[in-house]
Design a protein. Structure first.
Length: 133
C-alpha cells in the first residue's frame, strides 16, 4: 500500500450552499463539481488546490455516516484520502498488515473513483480512504 499522493481531504459540513462561497473565497478558487453519492447518503463539492482536492461533504440523511459524524463531532475534517494504483490491492495489503478495514473491497465513490476506507481504530484515530481511478 504505497500512496502516490494525498488525493483529497474530506471536510464534513452542515450545508454545502452556505459553505461553498466561504471556501471559494478563502481558497481563491471555484468549486468545480457538486455531486450526490446516494449509496453514501452524501452530497459533495470539490475544489482543486495544486494536486490535492478539498471535498466538502453534506449529509443527505441524518442516519448516514456524515450525518452521524456531524451530530457527534460537528463540522470539520472527516478523512484523508490517499491515491493508490489499485484500491483492492491496497486494501488487501492493509489487511495483511493488521489494519482493520471498513471496506473489504472497493466501491464506487464520488467522481467515479474506486474507494475503500481503513478503520480509524487501526490508524491512530484518523479515518483514511484509499482511492484510484
Amino acid at each position: 500500500m504505497k500512496p502516490t499522493h494525498i488525493e483529497h481531504i474530506g471536510i464534513a459540513v452542515k450545508n454545502l450552499d452556505e459553505c461553498i462561497p466561504f471556501y471559494e473565497k478563502i481558497l481563491g478558487t471555484k468549486c468545480y463539481s457538486i455531486e450526490e453519492v446516494k449509496d453514501q447518503r452524501v452530497r459533495t463539492a470539490f475544489f482543486m488546490i495544486g494536486q490535492t482536492k478539498i471535498e466538502l461533504l453534506e449529509s443527505t440523511d441524518p442516519e448516514g455516516p456524515i450525518g452521524k459524524f456531524l451530530e457527534k463531532r460537528g463540522e470539520g475534517v472527516h478523512h484523508l484520502a490517499f491515491a493508490v494504483e489499485d484500491t483492492d490491492t491496497a486494501l488487501n495489503e492493509a489487511k495483511e498488515a493488521g489494519i482493520e478495514l471498513i471496506d473489504k473491497q472497493s466501491r464506487k465513490g464520488a467522481e467515479g473513483l474506486k474507494i475503500g476506507f481503513l478503520h480509524p481504530k487501526s490508524t491512530k484515530g484518523v479515518l483514511m480512504e484509499l482511492c484510484c481511478k
